[in-house]
Unconditional design. Structure first.
Length: 129
């Protein structure tokens, strides 16, 4: 199946990767815990391994972003779907990679909405490499 010729699938997956990327980044960020509520090191390692497996094994394109909206990590499906080698996207702004120039303002608005904790549902277009 050619994703570029399937206009409904690409927008849905692109939006999913933006939202899941924001959520995944929040989940992977180290959290300060009070000593009485801290998970034992073994349990924390198991949780991280489980989350890492879900991230890589997902059939959805997922990208983890830092606080400046730059790519920290992308799963195999994101790499396949958008056509970028992993080493070419690390540290780059997500909107620079997947938002078409004519939709840049919309991409910036969606980014602001996600980073402020807002929820939204939108159908849009994204581009491949």
């Amino acid at each position: 199946m050619n994703w570029q010729s399937t206009p409904l699938l690409l927008p849905l997956v692109a939006v999913a990767c933006l939202v899941l990327g924001a959520l995944g980044g929040a989940l992977l960020r180290p959290r300060r815990r009070h000593a009485s509520t801290a998970a034992p090191d073994g349990e924390l390692a198991l949780q991280k391994a489980f989350l890492g497996h879900l991230f890589e094994a997902s059939s959805e394109a997922i990208v983890l972003l830092d606080n400046q909206d730059r790519v920290v990590e992308a799963n195999a499906e994101f790499i396949r779907l958008f056509g970028y080698p992993a080493e070419a996207i690390a540290g780059r702004p997500i909107n620079e990679l997947i938002v078409p120039e004519e939709l840049r303002e919309e991409g910036d608005m969606l980014t602001r909405q996600v980073t402020s904790g807002g929820r939204f549902s939108v159908e849009t277009l994204r581009r491949r490499r």
